[in-house]
Structures are given as C-alpha cells and as structure tokens.
Design a binder for this molecule. Structure first.
Ligand code: SAM
Length: 340
C-alpha cells in the first residue's frame, strides 16, 4: 500500500533515533553550553524498546517504507544495538543503514555487519586533527574515526558514505583536504549545508557555505564530472572524478540553498516514539501511546497513514517566510532527539 501526503509524496525512508545521547558535543548540533553535565536526557523507560521499534518498522513497511536508517544521538552508544539490527534485518526487503560519528566503529563494525547491517554513513567534519577535535568538542582524535571507516570497509559495510557538514569560518578549509583524502577510495563523500535545525546552535545564514561554492573549490584542485540523478527523492547532487578509473564520488546536499522538500519521502521516529514529518517540525505524533495502549497493527497503520495523508510540511522551501515559522511559543525539535 502506498500512502501519499497532501503534496503527493509517498513515505519511503524512515529515520529512527535510537538514543538522544551522544559522546560528541559538536558545536553546531549539541553545544556544550546547552548539553552539559546537568542536561536531562530521556529516561530509559521513555525509550522505545527494540520490540516496539521493530513492530513499528514492520507497520511502516506496510505503508511504503523501503529503507530504515538508525540514527540519534549516537546510535552506537545504545546498548546491545546489534540485537535491534538483528531484529530489523529479519524484515524482508528492508534496506537497513546507520549513521554514526564513527567514534566506536572500529570496535563495532564486524559485529554490526554480522548482525545484518547493510551499510553505514560516517559523519566526519575535518581531516585535520585539531580542527576535528574543535568541532566535536569532546577532544576526540580524527585517527580513531578514520580507523572506524577502514574497519567498516573491511567488514563489508560499504559502499560507505562520509558526510561533512560545512560551516563557513569553522571548517571550510577542510573541503579540499577531505576530497584529496577520499579520492580514489570507494566512498561517497558528501558535503552538507549547515542547517537551522533545533533552537540551540545559534544558526546564521552567513555561516552557510552554498554547495555550489564547495564544488567550485574542489574543482580548483580536481576535475569533476556531473552524474545523472539515479533515484527519485535523492537528496544529493553527485559528481565523479573526471580521471578514468579513479574510485569514489562527491555529493552535495543543499538543504538550505536548493531545498528538496518537493520530493521528500522521509519520516522520522524520535527516541521516545514520536512521529515527525519534517526535520524542522516542532511537534510529533505519539506512537508510543498507541503501542503501549494496546492498539493493533492495523490501528497503528491507520493512525500513521492518516497523519501522513495530512502532511504538508515543506519548511526548507519556505525558510525565512512567516508561514515557515512554528506557532507562537513552539520550539523546533533538536537534531539529536529527532535523529539526523
Ligand atoms: N551521531 C550520529 C552522527 O554523528 O552521524 C548520528 C546523528 S547526527 C545528529 C546526524 C548528522 O546530522 C551528522 O552528520 C551531523 O553532522 C548532522 N547535523 C547535525 N546538526 C546539523 C546541522 N545543524 N546542519 C547540518 N547537519 C547537521
């Protein structure tokens, strides 16, 4: 069954946040001043259990979901995550992926693969150790993340995606070194525009480096060839290295300068089981109450289908206009909670 929202968009891709906790304090995502030692993360009993997550994934599949991406927070800090991966990978026909900061990937890659994980995306905002440590604000060395990337490749979790959020004035000098580092490897290196998610990162438009500028800078160092669009709903514009036989590709995700809401087919499930229809939403729909209130799969499917059919969100296309702003007093949810 395919359900369509008010703009004719199906639901295909489900992002599931498995924890709101993270061992990094990236300056643009979970700034230390806000997410300090006394920050109240969700209590354990508030979190969806693995059984609840798997049940919802199965219900979502009936509505059209083809892909599940586990995220967070840092998904690898959720205890026994391999068990959840085992349960989800048993759902027939589901493409199962995970986004991680890579900090404990070297240790976990083999067990994740063994549990049934298909691929991973690793976030990496700099290749220079000092800049990387400044960005993650947890003094975490880049070498450990690079070891995680190597381990993931060895474990068969490829082709890997490596995502770099570019913040003007902070890590823009890392664009070309990152391209140079991954050129020739079977890795899709993607540059992501810094977004105004949540309400704690003090986002400013002048800190966004437009993707066109990112590509122009790489082109000063290397020749690139534009690749055709391969799937509907693909968020990245893609380039390959022009020199024949050089492995890897470059992608840009221009969520700010070239919004792609018109074919957004993503739903997001927060750590405590709220369904969000947009990364920039301020309110979610409580599915945990249905799960714990004894609703049947058919009732849950009907509830989700009804919510999706009413969806009209297109925040990024409306950004800056009054109609894009949430109602008075409402705060947009934070990325670590809703899942990136
Ligand atoms: N901890 C995991 C990780 O680091 O990939 C998963 C969660 S993290 C919230 C997912 C992605 O969101 C990361 O690549 C992160 O860089 C990105 N992100 C967080 N805040 C962002 C923002 N304001 N603009 C663009 N990307 C952002």
């Amino acid at each position: 069954m395919t359900v369509l929202d008010t703009l004719g968009r199906p639901v295909r891709d489900l992002r599931i946040s498995v924890t709101d906790r993270c061992n990094f304090r990236c300056v643009y995502c979970m700034p230390k001043e806000v997410f300090g030692n006394d920050y109240q993360f969700l209590e354990r009993r508030a979190l969806l259990t693995f059984e609840e997550i798997t049940r919802l994934a199965r219900v979502f599949q009936r509505l059209g979901i083809e892909k599940v991406r586990l995220t967070g927070g840092e998904p690898l800090v959720r205890r026994n995550l391999e068990q959840l991966i085992g349960m989800l990978s048993a759902l027939p026909g589901l493409d199962l992926t995970l986004t991680t900061n890579g900090s404990i990937l070297a240790r976990k890659a083999a067990s994740l693969r063994q549990a049934g994980l298909g691929r991973v995306t690793v976030s990496l905002d700099a290749i220079d150790d000092a800049i990387f440590r400044r960005m993650n604000d947890a003094d975490f060395p880049v070498a450990d993340v690079l070891a995680g990337i190597d381990a993931a490749e060895r474990a068969g979790l490829g082709p890997l995606k490596v995502n770099m959020v570019v913040k003007r004035g902070t890590n823009e000098q890392e664009i070309v070194p990152m391209a140079r580092h991954f050129r020739g490897r079977d890795v899709a290196l993607r540059f992501i525009e810094y977004m105004d998610v949540g309400a704690t990162n003090g986002w400013r438009m002048d800190e966004v480096l437009p993707s066109d500028e990112v590509i122009a800078r790489i082109r000063e160092a290397f020749a690139l060839e534009r690749m055709p669009v391969s799937t509907v709903g693909e968020t990245a514009e893609r380039w390959r290295w022009a020199e024949p036989g050089v492995a890897g590709e470059i992608g840009t995700i221009s969520s700010v300068t070239k919004a792609f809401c018109h074919d957004c087919n993503r739903a997001r499930l927060s750590t405590e089981g709220k369904l969000f229809l947009c990364l920039f939403a301020s309110r979610g729909h409580d599915l945990r109450a249905l799960l714990r209130g004894g609703a049947s799969d058919a009732e849950i499917a009907a509830a989700i289908g009804g919510v999706w059919q009413g969806r009209s969100d297109r925040y990024s296309e409306l950004r800056g206009r009054a109609e894009a702003q949430p109602g008075s007093g409402e705060r947009r949810v934070e990325m670590h909670y809703i899942g990136g």
